[in-house]
Design a protein around this ligand. Structure first.
Ligand SMILES: Cc1cc2nc3c(=O)[nH]c(=O)nc-3n(C[C@H](O)[C@H](O)[C@H](O)COP(=O)(O)OP(=O)(O)OC[C@H]3O[C@@H](n4cnc5c(N)ncnc54)[C@H](O)[C@@H]3O)c2cc1C
Length: 494
């Protein structure tokens, strides 16, 4: 049986749905342990509800700035685990930017003090790597806010305004309501922008501002009461978002969302078939299927190979026995468990030769010490390290292709010479052979050019062959070195 950590249960992706599991409810761990007004930090237990924290902070004119629309129910632990994004993401970023440190229990039952550098091993992992029990959060001084409402019949005009607003530092929210959502909520059938400023610039101030803010916060609940309770969270760069909006309009799908960060919430009634079609289109337009609400059990199939690989590695590092939140984000296959067993076997071998080190669950931990774990390896987070490792693998693949293309060209030159000579004797046969090879050579060169262009454009997404061979080689190399140096040491000792 696995253990499913649960905060407020407000996630929208089935991230804490049990499946023959034990649910670990953290909602009773709801104490605010300390508020340091001078340093602007708060020390809280994982089950503290966001709204409760902010009500307490208000007494000191402080605020925790990641402000989700589920603030009345979501907990700090759940927000860290999902790397929640508030309405003011354009100004304040996401949850993990605001965590100074956290305490967690990993899948092996070990207590871990996690520093800022390694927060991403838990934040965004939806409870797969550990149960968060406490966190130290950064705070801000509560700013004065005002807002403005812009309306237009033209989406082009709205996008122009958004592009300008995005550059302004005091803008904290740019929310769009399309014409359908506007009219469903009782406004005119026009596009509306609700813009929030952390300054006096907005025309709507004081009590009026509070009313507008409350209206904005209740948009989802109002739509849900009209049966539009399935909420998506597609994310785009602003240039692509226009194409997506054209599609939503053509298909008559109502939407609202945070245009400052390029997240749109198309809304659907239950079992609307257009939803899957829309998700596929998001992928085609190179948008992110889950720009805000996480993956859980609902969005697993939309992750690409590299994302899956990264999550699996981090998961196995902290929870090799697969005790936590089984089946969320990724499915771990027998092969992955075999890798884990292989690593355990290596551990046993090491123990046999008396290596008492931190050669634990994974490739990365093999090269880490207790201290580097807390401070990040060479100042890098494990995730960063994995990314660098993948870059290295990809680079090797490109080098390999470059080399093969070179060889191919040389071979073709040589063969041209050969063909010239043989041409006189058996022209037809040899020429056709040569053409065949030239075709396959050309194809490889073209493929390589394509790959290189993709890489230069920074969107290389190689469908790499399973990296296990590479990984194994690297593990062997590291372990080989470790074992060699250990046995040298023991030779020297004896
Ligand atoms: C109306 C509505 C509005 C929303 N608005 C937003 C929004 O603006 N921005 C946003 O990002 N999300 C939003 N959400 C989604 C949701 O509220 C967030 O994902 C929130 O962070 C979940 O917190 P929770 O405490 O409810 O976590 P839960 O739903 O209980 O759990 C979420 C995930 O975190 C894990 N988890 C929970 N607690 C812990 C812990 N202590 N340690 C380890 N793992 C843990 C669970 O296993 C699960 O995988 C909204 C949801 C609703 C219903």
């Amino acid at each position: 049986m696995d253990i499913v950590p649960r905060g407020g249960g407000s996630n929208l992706r089935g991230s804490c749905v049990p499946n023959n599991s034990i649910i670990l409810d953290l909602s009773k761990m709801d104490k605010i342990l300390d508020i340091d007004v001078e340093r602007k930090t708060a020390d809280v237990e994982a089950g503290v509800i966001l709204e409760d924290l902010n009500s307490e902070l208000e007494k000191f004119n402080l605020e925790f700035p990641v402000d989700t629309l589920s603030k009345e129910i979501c907990t700090i632990g759940g927000m860290i685990a999902t790397n929640a994004a508030g309405s003011r993401e354009i100004k304040y970023g996401r949850m993990r930017n605001w965590v100074e440190e956290l305490d967690a229990i990993d899948g092996k039952g070990n207590f871990r003090k996690v520093s800022k550098n390694d927060v991403s091993d838990f934040s965004g992992m939806e409870g797969l790597t550990g149960v968060i029990i406490r966190a130290k959060l950064k705070l801000i001084e509560k700013p004065k806010r005002t807002s403005s409402i812009v309306q237009s019949d033209s989406i082009e005009e709205i996008i122009k305004i958004i592009k300008k607003l995005k550059l302004e530092r005091d803008v904290s929210i740019i929310d769009i309501l399309d014409r359908r959502v506007s009219s469903l909520l009782g406004w005119k059938y026009r596009y509306h922008l609700i813009v929030e400023f952390e300054s006096e610039r907005g025309k709507i101030k004081g009590e009026e501002y509070c009313k507008i803010n409350e209206f904005r916060e209740r948009i989802y609940f109002q739509l849900a009461s009209k049966e539009y309770y399935v909420l998506e969270d597609a994310r785009f760069f602003i240039d692509k978002i226009e194409d997506f909006i054209v599609y939503l309009e053509e298909e008559d799908i109502p939407f609202f969302g945070g245009m400052g960060i390029g997240v749109l919430h198309p809304c659907f009634k239950a079992n609307d078939k257009k939803r899957i079609e829309m998700l596929n289109l998001v992928r085609k337009l190179r948008g992110k299927i889950s720009g805000k609400f996480g993956i859980g059990i609902q969005k697993k199939e939309f992750l690409d190979d590299i994302e899956v690989e990264l999550v699996k590695r981090i998961k196995l590092r902290y929870d090799p026995g697969l005790k936590l939140n089984k089946g969320k984000i990724v499915d771990l296959s027998k092969e992955d468990i075999k890798t884990k067993k292989e690593i355990e076997k290596v551990q046993e071998d090491e123990e046999e030769i008396g290596f008492v080190g931190k050669a634990e669950e994974s490739l990365i931990e093999i090269s880490e010490t207790e201290e580097t774990q807390e401070e990040g390896l060479n100042g890098k987070t494990p995730q960063k390290e994995i990314e660098e490792f993948l870059d290295e693998v990809i680079k090797k693949e490109i080098d390999y292709m470059l080399e093969s293309v070179k060889l191919e060209k040389e071979k073709r030159e040589e063969e041209k010479e050969e063909v010239k000579i043989v041409e006189e004797v058996k022209p037809h046969l040899e020429i056709s052979k040569h053409e065949e090879e030239e075709d396959s050579g050309r194809e490889r060169v073209e493929n390589f050019d394509k790959l290189l262009k993709q890489q230069q454009a920074g969107r290389l997404n190689l469908k790499r062959p399973a990296t296990s061979a590479e990984e194994k080689a690297l593990i062997d190399r590291i372990l080989g070195n470790t074992l060699k140096s250990k046995s040298k040491e023991s030779e020297n000792d004896s």
